[in-house]
Design a protein around this ligand. Structure first.
Ligand code: AMP
Length: 286
């Protein structure tokens, strides 16, 4: 497994593979890898001839008061994990390779970028879309793998690919959870043991929503209210948002029909965590 950090080295590799007609699978990450990331890598290994993983903590998607500086990083650990999975190439660029001085071009997916996480993280999805388009142009993957953990990200990137006619297929894969149900996230390392326990309230609120839906409740307002009550009873939790929206437009739903996204963001202490469940063709995926 090779690790490259420059555009020239990456392009050389990709050009050879493209000439050979290899099917390239790509997993973009910010590193500090866990089983969620590795599930994407394994799917790429299954479906593609060659797997490229990028590790880049993208400053453009962090707000000025957010955790860019302290975001966990451990290249040696990530390298060992990816080597074990049989990854072919890791792209690990320094910031100046992605954004040289005088960088001026950005990608925005209007409306969708302003909802849910976009409301409390202005500029976040502009940063995500910009870096992902750059990475797609560099890696030229046939397929790129993303987790439903970041549901809004998947929906926005699918729209970007559609609107810009990008020759890449977005493959979205299930959210991977810890043994007790907490959604795996690199940010879970910020949690104290007490906060780690309190963080279970996100999954519990989704379990409650699921139960209500199975019992026949369809009114979004009522489900949302019950979720908010449950989360508010946890002293360490502060709700950023709890929303029930259309899976494509991210517009709030009054009634749950055959598709919906129930998404939430909650601060546990100073750590902002997200989770979601999706209703697709009447069934529940979480
Ligand atoms: P990140 O390193 O947080 O930018 O995540 C890189 C990719 O891994 C994104 O497509 C995420 O949605 C995905 N991912 C992160 N956590 C999980 C998880 N718990 N389950 C599935 N995919 C995940």
């Amino acid at each position: 497994m090779e690790i490259v950090g420059t555009v020239i080295e990456l392009r050389e590799k990709i050009q050879v593979w493209k000439k050979q007609g290899q099917k390239i699978g790509f997993v973009p990450t910010m590193g500090y890898l866990h089983e969620g990331h590795l599930s994407l890598v394994r799917e790429s290994k299954k479906r593609s001839n060659l797997t490229v993983v990028s590790i880049f903590v993208n400053p453009m998607q962090f707000g000025p008061a957010e955790d860019y500086k302290v975001y966990p990083r451990d290249l040696e650990r990530d390298r060992a994990l990816l080597e074990r999975e049989g990854v072919d190439l890791v792209f690990y660029p320094p910031v100046e390779v992605m954004y040289p001085e005088g960088y001026k071009t950005y990608v925005e997916v209007e409306d969708l970028q302003d909802k849910l996480c976009g409301k409390s993280r202005p500029g976040h999805f502009r940063g995500v879309c910009t870096v992902v388009l750059k990475l797609f142009n560099l890696v030229q993957p046939d397929e790129a793998y993303f987790g439903w953990k970041d549901a809004q990200q998947v929906i926005i990137l699918q729209k970007m690919v559609e609107d810009l006619n990008l020759p890449v297929k977005i493959v979205a894969l299930p959210l991977v959870r810890d043994h007790d149900g907490l959604a795996l996230s690199s940010r879970n390392t910020y949690l104290s043991p007490e906060e780690r326990r309190a963080a279970l309230v996100l999954k519990k609120s989704l379990d409650l929503a699921e139960k209500l839906i199975i019992e026949g409740e369809r009114e979004a307002r009522k489900i949302r209210q019950k979720m908010i009550e449950l989360i508010s009873a946890e002293p360490l939790a502060r709700i950023d948002y709890v929303e029930i929206v259309d899976l494509k437009t991210l517009e709030p739903l009054e009634t749950i029909g055959d598709q919906a996204l129930i998404a939430l963001a909650v601060f546990i202490g100073r750590t902002r965590l997200i989770d979601n469940l999706r209703i697709i063709s009447g069934g529940i995926e979480k």
